[in-house]
Design a protein around this ligand. Sequence first.
Ligand code: MLT
Length: 202
Amino acid sequence: NLSFVHRFEPGTDPAQPPLLLLHGTGGDESDLLPLGRSLAPGAALLSPRGPVLENGMPRFFRRLAEGVFDEDDVRRRAGDLADFVAEARAAYGIAAPLAVGFSNGANIAAAMLLLRPESLAGAVLLRAMVPLAEPPAADLGGKPVLILSGAADPIVPEESARRLAGQLGRAGAEVEHAVLPAGHGLTQSDVARAEAWMARWR
Ligand code: MLT
């Protein structure tokens, strides 16, 4: 019995890295399966549901207000999720996954990279911001990270996404950060950008 409600789709193409799919606030474990299938056809997909409820909406950690995070909870939940990934890897026999996270899911993926770098092979962070003002020193050893921000995103300040790119880069990740003509929601250009980036890394 694994510790998170989740869906798992076994991979059919061993050349594709498994994906860890992390939904946004109010989403669930089914939301990002279509995106995962399109980014990495044939990859194993591991998709947990955020265990925190905010007015009935699942999330991956608590926040005090929009954009104001409970950093103790971020640390604890990032650890729990990294433990779940380790359990799931053993149960399903998969390699360390590449996280694909949207919004709150991107923020917990960023926290996992900084706190438990061994748990992820890299990440696609869609509409991410800084999850921890002062992260510990981490060694990301060249792990690939793509950050896609929206120029007109009312929730994520562009400066916060830039600061996150800096934190991850200083920790040794191979970071690509692009600001797309978009809001908080995902667009076709997000999918196209992420697909092109995935094709370079697999
Ligand atoms: C967060 O709480 O992680 C961010 O504000 C993004 C979101 O709305 O989920």
